[in-house]
Design a protein around this ligand. Structure first.
Ligand code: GRF
Length: 203
């Protein structure tokens, strides 16, 4: 009987980070453990030198790059360089995982509908760089995290997954953010699994 060899088609992603990349590490672990068997991390990039996110990716044997914001004359030039660099990996999706820089129109147009962001609040509440701090300061009793398709706005675009996290009376920004990140990692991995399975089914 002939053996039918179904070639596995992996979904290629580029992950962008600005900091420690602990959420990214969860994705790397999930790929290595076979939980995201059809996801290929083509590269990890950062907007500045010396991030732990890039270091830990290199240690995991993943290709890395830095498009250093400070090396460019203006935002448009930096945005162009970042767009070209990401395009060079021909990714199916680009993931902003703690990437703290707003990308411009050229980037959004190049990755229209395929640029995914995670945010540590229940959007549309508390967008921006301090989603955890702002939720605490407002005094809401429940916050959470959001995985969404990013458009040209700040933390706007169609929501893919969201989950609530309760704020405890003695929470600090740090303790709350750590609890949110535990959920954020799970949602990001679940989102990637959904997208990869859809892509595989479409082939
Ligand atoms: C995440 O909560 C992300 O949503 C926010 O920054 C955090 C990234 O943390 N913008 P890490 O770099 O993955 O540890």
């Amino acid at each position: 009987m002939p053996v039918v060899n179904r070639r596995m088609v992996a979904m290629r992603i580029v992950v962008l980070v600005s900091g420690t990349g602990s959420n990214l590490q969860a994705v790397i672990d999930a790929v290595q453990a076979g939980e995201l068997r059809n996801v290929d991390i083509a590269a990890v990039g950062a907007d500045k030198k010396g991030t732990y996110g890039v270091q830990r990716s290199a240690e995991a044997g993943i290709e890395t790059f830095v498009v250093n914001f400070k090396d460019y004359a203006d935002r448009a030039e930096w945005n162009h360089a970042l767009t070209q660099k990401c395009l060079s990996y021909a990714p199916d999706y680009v993931i902003s995982s703690g990437f703290m820089r707003i990308v411009g129109e050229e980037f959004i147009n190049a990755f229209d509908g395929t640029y995914i962001n995670t945010h540590p609040a229940l959007l549309p509440s508390f967008p921006g760089a301090h989603g955890v701090r702002d939720a605490l300061a407002y005094g809401v009793k429940v916050t959470g995290c959001t995985v969404h398709i990013a458009d040209a706005g700040v933390d706007t675009g169609p929501i893919l997954r969201q989950e609530a996290v309760e704020i405890l009376p003695d929470d600090t920004e740090e303790s709350l953010h750590e609890r949110i990140k535990v959920v954020e990692r799970r949602l990001l991995i679940a989102t990637l699994r959904d997208l990869a399975n859809k892509a595989e089914a479409a082939h």
